[in-house]
Structure formats: C-alpha cells, structure tokens
Design a protein around this ligand. Structure first.
Ligand code: C2E
Ligand code: CA
Ligand code: CA
Length: 789
C-alpha cells in the first residue's frame, strides 16, 4: 500500500488491513440485507437463480467469518509487508466474491428476469452496499477498486449493454461517475487518515540522526562519570556499563561485558586484580546483598591500596543500577589522621594518649594482679643544648636515633612512647615468671645511654630516668606518670645519667612543695616578702659603693625559706617578674634614703629576660621613684645569656641605654667562653664565691681566679669578689689587686635597709678619721624586716 509520500510503514499498513477484518457488524448487516432482498425477488419471480444467490451469500459469509477468526488468532507483531499483503488479498477475495454475487444478481435481473421489481431491488441493494464500502474498506485501495468494478461496473454494464437498448447503454455508462466518485472518496479518507497517523507518529518518534546524537551524548556522559556504573537487567546481566567501572574493576574492554552475568564480571575483575578466592567470594557476597536490596551501600577493601564503595539503586522493573566509587584517597586520609593522632610523626612511637590505650589494653588482657608492673620515664639530658648548638634538624635526627634504639631494646614485651620533646615513657608488663623487673628497667636505661650518630655527628648522650614499680592491682595510669616524674626529678638532682626509683618520700616532698607554692603565691600577693641588703666595699673597706638587694621570705610556719628555693618556685609559678617588680621598687625607694654615692644592685631571673616587658617595668619604677638610673645595678647570671642570646642581648642594650649598669653574677660557673662578654653592654663581673672560698689553701684555685681577673681586666670590666669570708682571703685579693669591690661576710652580711644607712654614715665618719676597715657588726636582723610594698 502507498500513500503520497511513498510506501506506508508496515505498522500503519497493518493497522489499515486490521481495520478491514474488524468490521464484522457491517458484514452481518450486509449479509442480512442481501439475503432478504434476494428472498423477496425469489418470492416475486420464483426464479431459483436468486435462491442460489442466497446460498452463495450465506456460504461466503461463513467463509469470511472463519477467515476473520484466523486473522484474530494470528500473531502479526513481527509481520512484514508481504504477510500483511497476503491477509489483504484474502479479504479482497472474499469481498469481491460477495460483490460479484450481487453484480451477477443485478445483471441477471436486467438481462434475464426483466422484472422491474427484481431489477430495482437488486440494483438498489448493490448500490446501497457500495456506499458503506468507503467507510468500511477505505483501508485497501485495491479492495475498493475491485469491489466497485466487480460488483457494479462490469456485470451491470455488460447486462445493460447486452440488451441492445440505447437508453440502457447510456445508463450503463452513467454508472461510471458513481464508481469513480466513490473510489475518490475512499482514497481521500485513506490518505487523510494515513497522513494524520504518520504525522502523529513522527511527533513522538525521533529521527535516526536525533537518536544518534542522544546516544553519543549518553555515552559521553556515562564515560566521563567519576564513578563506575553498571545497569543490570532483571537477571543480573550487564545492560549498561561505563568506562570507569571497567577501569576500577580492571575488566578490560567494556564492550565485551554487555549481557554478561554480574558473577562472570566479578570473576573477570578478580582475575584482573589477582584476588584470592576468599576475597572474591567476599566481594561477590557483598554485591549479592546489594543487588537483592538487603543493603544500600557497602565499602569494600579490594586491596591494600584500593577501597571501593558500592551503592545499589533498584528500579521498579527489577533492574538494578550499581554505582561504584573509588574511596581509596578518602580511606587513606582517614587512616593517616588516625595515625597522626596515635603516633608521634618524628619517631613513629605511640603518642601519650595512644600509649595510655595500649597500656590499658595490656593491663586488661594479661596482667596478674599479684605481680608488679613498671613505668619508666626517660629524659635526654641537656638535649636543648644539642638543639641550640647543632640546630633542630640534628636534634630531630638524634631523637629519631634514640627512638630506634629504644624500640629495639624495648622489644615486644614492653610498650614505649614519646611524650613531648625529649621525654620517653616505657611500660613494663608483669610477664609470667619474671621477677627481675627492676633489673630489666635499669638495664634498658643503661643501654639507652651512650654514643649516637645523627646527621653525621657523634653525640655522647646521658639519659635521666625515673621509674616506679607498682602492684598490677594498684595500677592507675595518671598516678604512675606523676610518680615516675618525681623519680625522674630526683635522678636529675643527683646529676646526669642516673635512674632513680620512686620512693614515698618523694611524693611527700612533692606535696610539700605544692603547698609551699600556694603559700608563696599568697605571700607575693600580700607583699609579705622582705629585703635584706649586702654592701659591696672597696677592698680597703673604707667605702660602700653599692648594696645588693636580697629577697627574704619568712614563712609563718616554716620560718625563713632560702631564696634559691622560693625564687625557683616563683619561676615555676610564673610569678617571678612580679617578684622582681616588688624587689626593684622597694630597693629603689630604700636606695633614695642612702647617701647619693651608694648604688643598689638587684638580681634578675632568667625568665625576666625572656621578653622585653622588663625594660618597661624597670624604667617605670625609676621614673616613679625618681632614682637616678646609674644608681640601679642589675645582676644577671650567665645562664640568662645562654637561653636566647640574640633576644637577651637586645634587652640588655635597651636597659644599658636607659642608664642602668649591668653585672654578670656568679661569674665563672656557667658558660666556659668569655669572648661573648665583648659584645654585651656589661660593665661589672661578680666572681662566684666558689673561686674565692679556698684561694688561701689551694694555689691552683688561686691561679684560676687570677686567670679570670686578667681576662676581665683586659676587657676593662669592674671586678667584684663574692663570698669573701676571711681576712686571709681578703689579704690575698688585695695584694694581687684581684677585685675592685669586695662582698662577703668579712665586711658585712646582708642587713636591713636602715642598717645600710647607719653603716654608710659610719664608714664616712671612719674615712674622715682615716681608719681602714669597717666593723663586721652590721648583720641582717630578721627582727626588723623591711617589708616589700
Ligand atoms: P647571689 O646573687 O649570689 O647572692 C649572694 C648570696 O651569697 C646571698 O645568699 C648571700 O647571703 C650569700 N653570701 C654573701 N656573702 C657570703 C659569704 O661571705 N659567704 C657565703 N657562703 N655566702 C655569702 P642568699 O641571700 O641566700 O641568696 C641566694 C641567691 O638567691 C642569690 O645569690 C640570688 O641568686 C638569689 N636571690 C636572692 N634574692 C633575689 C631576688 O630578689 N631576685 C632574684 N631573682 N634572685 C634572688
Ligand atoms: Ca647576685
Ligand atoms: Ca652571686
């Protein structure tokens, strides 16, 4: 069948042919009409020909109905044009047979019967049944043409012509326009309908070009996904797969995967990734759970360096979309974070928190409550010195080397960790059958000390250790760490490289010290500290040039607390600059009550020189009290200079620029090199009393003192000799011109401020009377303390 654009698509052709077969009602009506008409004509004419026509009509009707039922039963979903045409032909054959019967009846009535009723009845019923032809048979152009011509045209025209009557001949030709117009109508209806059907269908369908474009867009989108995708059909066979999925599971060419059962796909992946049977089975199980909808997503560790997350999205029609994502970077980052929280990055040893967890676990598993466990705290002695002199890189390498040795010594039975900086912790579990816990701890400590090579340098390292042994049933982590810490402090006090066991007395001392700290804080806040002054005399004792302010703390219960003790406590409490501020303020006020040529010396703590706050504090006090800056001397120890040389140097220059005098205290006990003095704004050195106290007995000591003196003289520094106790010492120092000023019990012990005023008056009177040495009657008098504030 064709329309104006060419052949009709098969499906439309088929629907037109189907329409022929589905008009059964019309067929029944036509059959009844024909039978009734021929019956009437028979009754009128008694001509058996019409009975034959009735029989023919009924026979054809039965045949055509049977054919229609066959059509209904046949499966035409895959029918091609030829098959459809066969059905069309069968229909046309039936139609033409009926039309021929009618045409024959007409022709017979016109040419043979010549009865006017028979003629009228036959022609009317034939033409009447031709009109619905259009409505019924428009689907087949050939059917319309053949029916019209066979039913109407030929028999009727032949019969009319055969009569030899010119009027009847004319009538025969007048039938032609009717045939043509009917055919035209049928054709119009058909082409109108086929056009509508085609355009409606084209609106819904896409052109091949459009389909191609969409397919390639889909393919591009699919293959540029960062996630892998499988679309599985109802039988878990691959319907769609993208490049990423094939790549993630090492599946090779994705084109080969189409239609493959997912199990085979997995097998192929397992081969590609060389997975063992157990692993591939596990992965398969997980995927089956996903596909079955028992789980929506799952993270699978395919290999050490490959973690994939699978997610399943089931569809209503039984298909499943599987999405897989490479989570490796994510998982590894998470692990790294966890590792960083648990382990020290430099040494790879557990950090404190993780160490606590490990120890806790070890205690939970196999600690026998009746046996001891050990806890050793280690501190690398003078490690800061390595950092300061060799740099942090060398320092880090040294720590690493120590950690490596620690790991090898600690072995499997113990747990080692790095605390902050240069401190390490080792836990010794109570292994069955080992009672030598103490020896094991001391042995490890001893072997850890010694020579290390790091960053191409050799280091001879001493390591301080403090340990505690405790019954496993009394194990409390925090408490043990504190106890080991106390033991470590004790070891440090005894000199470097020792290893001390915790003793109860240490804890008592520790608690005592904590209490003393509380009291000191109160004393500083309440300004309950006092000052004593110790004068520095010219060697002949005729004149006091300066007095050193020395802090005093009389504890309400414990009595006098030695300055080195409470100064250290103040440093630990962060209170020392506040203490310095109080001391300097009082010292300046007291100095104002002395003769103008007498200066006052104050001691600064290492911590005072950490920042430049001290510059403001001191200049502020000088301004407030109105004391001339050159009457304020500052004593700093050599250790102050070592901490942060550049910063301290800067602060000292600022102080010197403010007019204050700077003295190095306890000279000779700290730094071995004297050359640094050259670059500092220092004008006085105070030679430590350890160089002075046996010069009259040990000539070697005296030579050492002379060496220091020569150096100081070369640097044009003023020399104060500290701790001069005996006239013999004084005599020696004078003879060899070893000091510009003498401080010591030989002239005067520390005394109250008021006593200084009296002493100065006394010495100036003595000078006036030209008598040499001052009396040593002036001593500290705790009964008349001069309170700070
Ligand atoms: P230092 O600065 O070396 O002070 C001198 C110490 O030697 C004083 O002890 C003094 O009493 C003592 N001394 C004086 N002459 C003799 C003597 O002939 N023989 C002997 N054996 N000792 C003598 P003190 O007052 O107990 O002070 C001890 C240390 O406490 C001071 O040593 C100083 O470093 C520190 N100190 C004292 N007061 C303060 C302060 O206000 N601030 C700071 N930061 N430190 C202070
Ligand atoms: Ca001093
Ligand atoms: Ca000193």
């Amino acid at each position: 069948m064709r329309n104006e654009q060419g052949p009709l698509p098969t499906d439309i052709y088929l629907s037109f042919v189907s329409s022929l077969y589905h008009n059964r009602g019309m067929l029944v009506i036509g059959m009844l009409l024909h039978v009734a008409t021929f019956l009437l004509v028979f009754l009128k004419t008694s001509d058996a020909f019409y009975l034959a026509c009735i029989v023919a009509i009924l026979f054809l009707w039965v045949l055509r109905n049977l054919d229609m039922m066959r059509f209904d039963r046949s499966d035409l979903s895959d029918a091609d044009d030829a098959a459809v045409r066969r059905w069309e032909n069968r229909y046309i054959a039936g139609g033409v047979a009926v039309a021929l019967t009618c045409g024959a009846a007409c022709a017979y009535a016109i040419a043979v019967t010549r009865d006017s009723f028979a003629q009228l009845a036959c022609i009317s019923v034939t033409l009447a049944s031709l009109s619905p032809l259009v409505g019924r048979n428009f689907g087949s152009e050939r059917a319309v043409l053949l029916l019209l011509s066979s039913a109407a045209c030929l028999p009727m025209m032949i019969a009319a012509l055969s009569l030899g009557d010119p009027f009847m001949a004319a009538l025969a030709f007048l039938i032609l326009p009717f045939i043509l117009s009917t055919r035209m109508m049928a054709n119009n209806v058909r082409s109108f309908l086929s056009e509508k059907v085609l355009s409606a269908r084209n609106d819904n369908l896409l052109s091949a070009e459009q389909i191609g474009t969409i397919a390639s867009q889909f393919e591009t989108a699919l293959n540029s996904m960062t996630r892998g995708l499988f679309m599985l059909d109802r039988h878990s066979r691959v319907a769609v797969v993208n490049e990423r999925a094939a790549e993630l599971l090492r599946l090779g060419d994705k084109a080969e995967l189409k239609g493959m059962p997912i199990d085979d796909v997995l097998e192929r992946g397992a081969r590609g990734m060389a997975l063992d049977a157990e692993k591939s089975e596990y992965i398969a199980t997980q995927l089956h759970l996903l596909i079955a909808g028992r789980r929506s997503r799952t993270l699978i560790s395919i290999a050490e360096d490959l973690f994939l997350e699978f997610a399943a999205y089931p569809r209503e029609n039984g298909e499943v979309v599987l999405i897989l994502e490479d989570m490796t970077a994510h998982v590894l980052a998470e692990r790294q974070i966890l590792y960083m929280a648990r382990f020290d990055m430099l040494t790879g040893l557990p950090s404190r928190n993780h160490f606590a967890e490990l120890v806790h676990d070890a205690m939970g598993v196999d600690a026998a409550p009746d046996r001891d466990v050990g806890f050793l705290l280690l501190d690398v002695a003078e490690f800061r010195h390595v950092n300061d002199t060799r740099g942090h890189i060398a320092g880090d390498k040294l720590l690493k080397a120590i950690a490596v040795r620690l790991k090898s010594l600690a072995a499997a039975e113990t747990i080692a960790a790095r605390l902050m900086g240069d401190e390490f912790l080792v836990f010794f579990p109570n292994l069955p059958g080992r009672s030598d816990l103490k020896e094991r701890i001391c042995g490890l400590h001893a072997e850890l000390q010694g020579t290390y090579v790091a960053d191409g340098l050799r280091f001879e390292m001493a390591i301080d250790g403090g340990f505690v042994l405790v019954n496993a049933s009394d194990f409390r982590f925090e408490e043990l760490q504190i106890k080991a810490d106390l033991a470590l402090s004790e070891a440090k006090k005894r000199g470097h490289g020792g290893c001390a066991a915790f003793e109860e007395a240490m804890e008592a001392r520790y608690l005592d010290r904590q209490k003393l700290k509380v009291d000191l804080r109160e004393a500083v806040a309440g300004r309950a500290l006092d000052l004593a002054y110790q004068p520095m005399f010219t060697p002949d004792g005729s004149r006091v040039e300066s007095c050193e302010a020395l802090a005093r703390w009389i504890h309400p219960e414990r009595g006098s607390v030695p300055p080195p003790v409470f100064i250290q406590l103040a440093e630990e409490l962060g209170l020392v600059t506040e203490l310095t501020r109080l001391v300097v303020a009082q010292a300046c006020r007291d100095c104002l009550s002395w003769p103008p040529e007498v200066a006052v010396s104050v001691n600064l703590s290492v911590l005072d020189l950490r920042g430049d706050e001290i510059v403001g504090v001191l200049t502020g006090i000088l301004k407030e009290t109105g004391l001339a800056p050159d009457r304020l001397h500052l004593e700093i120890t050599e250790s102050c200079l070592m901490a942060d040389p550049a910063r301290v140097q800067k602060v000292l220059h600022q102080l010197r620029a403010g007019g204050m005098t700077i003295a190095i205290d306890d000279f000779g006990t700290g730094y071995s090199s004297l050359s640094y003095l050259d670059s500092l704004p220092v004008s006085v050195i105070k030679i430590d009393r350890s160089f002075v106290h046996d010069i009259d007995e040990d000539s070697r000591h005296f030579k050492l003192l002379l060496g220091i003196v020569n150096l100081a003289r070369a640097l044009e520094l003023k020399i104060v000799a500290e701790g001069v106790e005996t006239p013999e010492q004084l005599q020696l120092l004078r003879e060899r011109n070893c000091a510009d000023l003498i401080q010591g019990f030989v002239f005067a012990a520390p005394m109250p401020a008021s006593a200084v005023a009296a002493l100065c008056t006394h010495t100036s009177q003595a000078r006036a009377a030209s008598v040499g040495s001052p009396s040593a009657d002036f001593h500290e008098n705790p009964s008349q303390p001069k309170s700070l504030g």
